[in-house]
Design a protein around this ligand. Structure first.
Ligand SMILES: [Zn+2]
Length: 448
């Protein structure tokens, strides 16, 4: 046979360690891992000269904006940023303008993905208003529903004219919770001066803990699948550990910024690091690191949240929360593995294998025969400086600006085809596909 592509000379991440082998790719799939002399002939050969070859990254929490917010980001720029960061599949949140909470809104996004995306994109919906729309959204392949417990209205369940939680249980769809309970957030506080230094007090740990407890109680009643987004505090770590060891399994995710930064950065970076949930204390950060290293966090997510720099530089109350993260996540996290703080194997699996399992993406997240040839090739031979001016994202700033890192994404390969190479996007708009998620009868999904 003649294969489509052979990648040689790499240190390939295979079953939790690096091995030296060639990857034989045909028809978008990995068909063989072997020593070079045993490889079949191929149309194309890529010698990666000792670089690391990891599974293509999967991000289950990002904000690609578009539509009325396309001045912040759109499906093209967002997925170009994702490809530059080594991501081959990303999932977009529904708090867009307009909000994604109906089949019509989902269809509009799917259309734009097919026209503009360069990596694969899956979609979440906010709770739809009626059961008919709920059922249709599930059949269209939403990855899950997102509920913002911090919000009132359409992003929460306030307008549902049916029991949303019962419906999620009946259809075995996962709910991803923004876990800050609105009753405990006081943005009009008179106790604290309204500035970014107090952001973590205005949105206190208690809001997160009460939200997680609220989810635990709801899950106990309705038995739906629940996922806690971006946990930020040591108290949440204790709660999640306890839940992980109980019959009420709940999955959880953590972000690069909560793993690496603490609230001291607020005095240096101001509203650039304004984010929800807020950065917490150094102790909280260390507990998140421990939770990840102990394998109790399912996924690392970027929560890529682009806004314009002008918006971020407004007063505390007006400046939006979040910042772009696709293009920094892997280099900063891997660099933190070198000093022994984070465990390499946990970081990789939390960004590839675990999210693939959680969302039930068959044949993704691992470098093994039969799996999709989604790969990221990482240079670990130099020292690099994070430079947001080079971002493909429309948002060209980062709390990690000027940080020295020891890893850089060299190439990203999606379905056996190089889509990114040393700063260049190699494919046109529309190479990425909409990822339709359908896992209602899968045995794995029952463990979550
Ligand atoms: Zn988010």
């Amino acid at each position: 046979m003649i294969a489509d592509l052979i990648i040689s000379g790499g240190k390939v991440w295979y079953r939790e360690e690096f091995i030296e082998c060639v990857i034989v790719i045909d028809n978008g799939k990995i068909i063989q891992l072997c020593k070079e002399p045993l490889a079949p002939r191929s149309d194309l050969k890529l010698d990666v000269d000792g670089l690391l070859v990891l599974p293509g990254l999967i991000d289950i929490h990002s904000h690609l904006r578009d539509f009325e917010l396309s001045y912040k980001e759109d499906f093209y720029t967002g997925t170009c940023a994702a490809a530059s960061g080594g991501f081959t599949t990303v999932f977009d949140m529904p708090n867009t303008k307009p909000i994604t909470n109906s089949p019509m809104r989902l269809r509009e996004k799917i259309e734009r993905i097919h026209l503009n995306a360069v990596v694969n994109v899956g979609l979440y919906s906010a709770p739809p208003k009626n059961v008919k729309e709920f059922v249709e959204l599930v059949s269209m392949g939403v990855a899950g529903f997102k509920v913002y417990l911090s919000e009132y209205g359409e992003l929460n369940t306030d307008y549902c004219n049916y029991n949303f939680y019962e419906a999620c249980s009946n259809y075995n769809v996962r709910i991803h919770f923004h876990a800050e309970l609105r009753d405990f957030i006081d943005t009009s506080t008179t106790t604290y001066e309204l500035n970014v230094l107090n952001h973590h007090l205005i949105r206190p740990v208690k809001a997160e803990i009460e939200a997680i407890n609220y989810v635990i109680n709801l899950k106990d009643i309705y038995k739906f699948r629940a996922h806690i987004c971006h946990i930020s505090s040591s108290d949440s770590c204790s709660l999640i550990s306890k839940v992980k060891n109980s019959r009420l399994n709940i999955s959880a995710e953590v972000t690069p910024h909560h793993l690496i930064l603490n609230n001291n950065f607020t005095s240096i970076l101001g509203n650039i690091v304004k984010v929800n949930p807020p950065l917490r204390t150094e102790y909280d950060r260390k507990m998140l690191v421990k939770l990840l290293n102990n394998g109790l966090v399912d996924c690392i997510v970027t929560d890529h949240s682009p806004h314009t720099l002008e918006e971020k530089l407004k007063d505390y109350c007006e400046a939006p929360s979040g910042f772009p993260n696709f293009e920094v996540a892997l280099p900063v996290l891997l660099s933190k593995c070198l000093n022994g703080e984070l465990m390499f194997s946990r970081v990789i699996s939390a960004m590839s294998e675990n999210p693939a399992k959680l969302i039930n993406l068959k044949n993704k997240g691992k470098i093994e025969p039969g799996f999709d040839a989604d790969l990221v090739i990482v240079n670990h031979k130099g020292e690099y400086v994070i430079n947001p001016e080079k971002f493909k994202s429309k948002a060209q700033y980062s709390p990690f600006k000027d940080m020295k890192v020891r890893f850089q994404v060299s190439k990203t390969i999606l379905s056996g085809f190089p889509i990114y190479d040393e700063g260049e996007i190699l494919v046109g708009k529309g190479y990425g596909k909409f990822i339709e998620v359908s896992d209602k009868n899968d045995s794995f999904s029952k463990t979550y």
